[in-house]
Design a protein around this ligand. Structure first.
Ligand code: HEM
Length: 250
């Protein structure tokens, strides 16, 4: 490439080279993309969708609680008995959770930097707009879930180990852990609050992931909006009924 009559070796930055995506090589370009604002949004969307896929599976498994202690413990034991599945899922979830959280905070900070002065008054967009309470509080709901997940894991996954027998086999009594957790009204209230937050986060996250991935179309957007809303409500509500059921019937 010639600049002011001089030959510049390929890959050298010149004042004319766009800084966000230097034309050096693929590795530098992908690194620049990953840390760019659009790259951050795309990674947020992909990791969000992947994390979101875990929740219907987790909810379906948890709904076995309605079938009683034995069925639920059998299911929990079946899961951990599948070779390498649990470590792979756990490492994957942890990596996705960390990347998603870091990118969410970076995205929030870069949005704030792009708009340094706060508006005099907060204007709500019209009824058809996607600017809802859920979207403007995405970072708050996300941070709340960031606090919920470790507490949840300490209570359930790393909670007390009780043994029980299912089909002649000694297994962990996970059902008892769930029942003991929801025997405390404080825990029930905490979970109910967090499940509303989960629903809201999914509701907006779903819609915004589609738009970040460029899957936004005037004709299909209303359907995407409704699908996101339905996903948030179904998953949020599904998890919401569990602490109530266990507290009452457990
Ligand atoms: C009322 C709602 C919920 C109940 C009763 C529940 C129950 C449980 C139980 C019993 C376990 C331990 C399973 C075992 O060790 O065998 C677990 C693990 C887990 N839960 Fe939940 N859960 C609920 C909601 C959620 C939500 C909303 C999230 C995420 C936002 C979540 C994320 C996880 C994760 C990441 C694990 C660890 C999975 C693994 O290590 O393989 N849970 N849950």
């Amino acid at each position: 490439m010639a600049v002011e009559g001089k030959s510049v070796p390929s890959g050298r930055m010149t004042p004319y080279t766009p800084k966000a995506f230097p034309t050096v090589d693929g590795a530098v370009r992908s690194r620049a993309f990953i840390w760019s604002s659009i790259g951050t949004k795309v990674i947020l969307a992909i990791t969000g969708v992947a994390l979101g896929l875990f929740l219907p599976i987790h909810l379906a498994g948890n709904l076995i609680i309605f079938a009683g202690a034995e069925e639920f413990n059998k299911y929990a034991h079946f899961l951990i008995s599948i070779p390498v599945l649990v470590p792979i899922v756990e490492i994957g979830l942890l990596a996705l959770f960390i990347i998603h959280s870091v990118k969410a905070v970076l995205n929030y900070l870069s949005n704030r930097k792009a708009r340094p002065s706060r508006y005099e008054s907060s204007q709500w967009a019209g009824g058809r707009s996607r600017k809802s309470w859920a979207s403007t509080t995405m970072i708050i709901s996300g941070l709340s879930l960031g606090a919920f997940v470790p507490i949840h894991l300490i209570q359930m996954k790393f909670g007390p180990y009780y043994s029980t027998t299912v089909d002649g086999e000694t297994v962990r009594d996970v059902y008892r852990v769930v029942v003991e957790t929801f025997a405390s009204p404080l825990n029930v209230a905490f979970y109910l609050f967090c499940m509303v937050v989960v629903g809201m986060h999914l509701y907006h996250g779903f819609v915004s992931a589609f738009s970040s991935l460029g899957i936004s179309h005037p004709r299909y957007s209303p359907a995407i909006l409704w699908a996101g809303r339905a996903f948030g409500v179904v998953i949020g509500l599904g998890f919401f009924i569990l602490p109530i059921y266990v507290a009452v019937a457990g």
